[in-house]
Structures are given as structure tokens and as C-alpha cells.
Design a protein. Structure first.
Length: 336
């Protein structure tokens, strides 16, 4: 642990300072929040405002006490690294926590609902039920999209539209819908999955009112004045093409002349645009409510925004240290 590098940084999503172990409750909330979010470093023996190193007296006893507090207070058991770091004439305790595969972790005294915390900026916040459910799916290696909707039957889906959308790829046999996880068996009945419902339901807005795209062309580099807009509510596979067409309508082209030949080229690569929009549709967290997918065209950029849960996102500095993990099906990447 390079304490010099740590001390250069203020407290944030993945870093917190504690002067001592006198208030273990706040310390434990921080460790739980780190494990449930993006991991982090807790440095004990440093004042949080001034970042002045005060050190930890009897550091070996403090280390043992800290390990016992963590083992006795957090469920499921949290695996963390505790390191004694020398600093001039004193020593500091540093706890390194990585994003946990067994989330959600919680404080045992508060229970598995009230005791779950997540990190928001430099603060610890109690997780709501949607966040807890997302973490449980993560721990069970389950996908939100593959969950059954047991109160519906397969007739809720527009199989004709689905077949038409697959025509450029292949002809779909009846069994293909289950193989593609558009439907699944639930207690002996064929029911739609969440993903199948989102893609092909006749009335998807009844359950997912924000499963649509809002596209806009703005004047200049901000959202003060809008020149054109569109609400795209088609089946999501078609919505991707319509969103791309909207952006193309407002993009310029440049002419590349080589010798006697002229080639017109979009000012933005269409491959990149298509990738961004399709990724937004695929990775949006439709369990979150309050906003659709937004595509905004400005004079100097195109911005794609998705409703997403960032609980599992690792900060870039973590990748730089060589830490990585395989994505889970429930991961929701976040776009800036």
C-alpha cells in the first residue's frame, strides 16, 4: 500500500479516512457499502478533513480488534485485507475491500434489509429494496431479463412481430422462443420472461413505462433550445433503427476526394453510433423507473443516457492496479 498516493486523494466513493476505532458503527457501514458497491480503502489513523496522519497506538491490538469486529458484525462474512502501514514514527491500519460476489452484505444487528448500505459519493446510504434485489440477483448469478412473469401467459407476446424481426437472421420454430429465453416454463406453464416481455410484449408499457427512447436535437452545446425531438415507442429491436435514423437526419457528411473518386462519409462512424444505441437498449436497467433511454444530438457530440444501476461498477483506478472481474448477467454498465 502506497500511503503517499492515498493521502493525495480526498474521501470519495472508494476512499474513507477514520481517526481511530472509537466509532465502529460508522466504520462497519463503510465496509459494507464498499463491498456492496465498487470496493474501496478505509484508512484508520488519519483525520478525514485535514488528512493529517495521527497513527494508531497499539496497532497490533487494534488490528486484532478490527478483524474481530468485522467478523462478528457483518453478514455474510466479509473477506477483506487488513494491512499495517508504517508512516514516519507511527503506523496506520488500512483495510482494502473489493466488490463482493456474495453481496448484499449487511450489519447483523440491523438485519438483511435495514442493514444493507451502498456508497454514494463519500457517504454511506441505506439501500432500497430495488438495490437489494439487484444485489441478490448478482449473488445468485441470475439475470433480471430471464426471470419469469408468472401472472401472464405466452399470449402476452406478439410472436408474429418477433418472427418478422428475425427474418433477416433465420426462421423461428416454436421451440426457438424458449431457447432464446423469450419464454420459460413456470410451474408447468409457458410464460414470458422479463426480457421477452420487454422485446415483444403488446403492452410492455403496462409494466415497464420507461422502456422507450427519447431522441432530441439541441441547438449548440447544451439543452437550452431544442430543434427536433421524437418519442420512439416501437418494439425495442425496431426502436434501435429508428433512433439511429433520427441521429443520421441531423448529422452532416464530409466528402473525401482521392484522385477522380469522391466518397461521402458520416461525421460520426455509424458503427460506433449503432453500438452505443444498441448497448443502451441492452444494458438499461428497466427495473429502475423514472426515465427512458435518451439520445441527445448536440453541435459537438452525441450523448446516450441510460437508466442504470452502478452498484457493480469498478472505478478506472481499480483497473489500473490490475484488479478485474468477469461480468455477471445482472451487471448494468453505466454510461456517463
Amino acid at each position: 500500500m502506497n500511503l503517499v498516493e492515498v493521502l493525495r486523494k480526498p474521501e470519495g466513493k472508494t476512499l474513507e479516512y477514520k481517526r481511530d476505532l472509537s466509532s465502529p458503527d460508522g466504520l462497519l457501514k463503510t465496509l459494507v457499502a464498499f463491498a456492496n458497491t465498487a470496493g474501496g480503502i478505509l484508512a484508520i489513523g488519519i483525520e478525514d478533513r485535514t488528512r493529517r496522519v495521527t497513527g494508531v497506538p497499539d496497532v497490533l491490538d487494534a488490528e486484532e480488534r478490527l478483524a474481530s469486529i468485522i467478523a462478528d458484525s457483518i453478514r455474510p462474512r466479509l473477506v477483506s485485507e487488513i494491512e499495517i502501514v508504517p508512516w514516519r514514527k507511527t503506523q496506520v491500519l488500512v483495510v482494502q475491500v473489493y466488490p463482493s460476489a456474495t453481496r448484499p452484505h449487511y450489519l447483523e444487528r440491523l438485519g438483511p434489509e435495514a442493514g444493507v448500505f451502498v456508497r454514494l459519493g463519500s457517504t454511506n446510504r441505506r439501500a432500497d429494496m430495488a438495490q437489494i434485489a439487484e444485489m441478490r440477483r448478482f449473488g445468485q448469478f441470475e439475470s433480471f431479463d430471464e426471470q419469469p412473469i408468472p401472472d401472464l401467459n405466452s399470449e402476452a407476446l406478439d410472436f408474429r412481430a418477433a418472427s418478422e424481426l428475425f427474418i433477416p437472421v433465420r426462421k423461428l420454430a416454436p421451440s426457438a422462443f424458449r431457447n432464446l429465453r423469450v419464454t420459460t416454463e413456470h410451474h408447468g406453464r409457458e410464460v414470458p420472461t422479463v426480457g421477452g416481455f420487454l422485446l415483444f410484449a403488446r403492452n410492455r408499457f403496462d409494466r415497464f413505462p420507461d422502456a422507450w427512447l427519447q431522441a432530441g436535437r439541441f441547438a449548440g452545446k447544451d439543452r437550452v433550445r431544442i430543434l427536433d425531438s421524437s418519442e420512439i415507442r416501437s418494439y425495442l429491436p425496431r426502436a434501435a433503427d429508428q433512433a439511429i435514423a433520427f441521429v443520421q437526419k441531423h448529422l452532416g457528411r464530409e466528402a473525401i476526394i482521392t484522385g477522380a473518386h469522391r466518397v461521402d462519409r458520416w461525421t460520426v462512424p455509424m458503427v460506433a453510433l449503432r453500438e452505443a444505441i444498441i448497448n443502451a437498449i441492452v444494458h438499461a436497467n428497466y427495473a429502475e423507473k423514472g426515465a427512458p433511454i435518451r439520445v441527445a444530438v448536440f453541435d459537438d457530440r452525441i450523448k446516450v443516457e441510460i437508466p442504470a444501476s452502478c452498484l457493480s461498477a469498478l472505478p478506472l483506478t481499480t483497473y489500473a492496479r490490475g484488479v478485474s472481474r468477469l461480468p455477471k448477467p445482472s451487471d448494468r454498465p453505466c454510461l456517463p
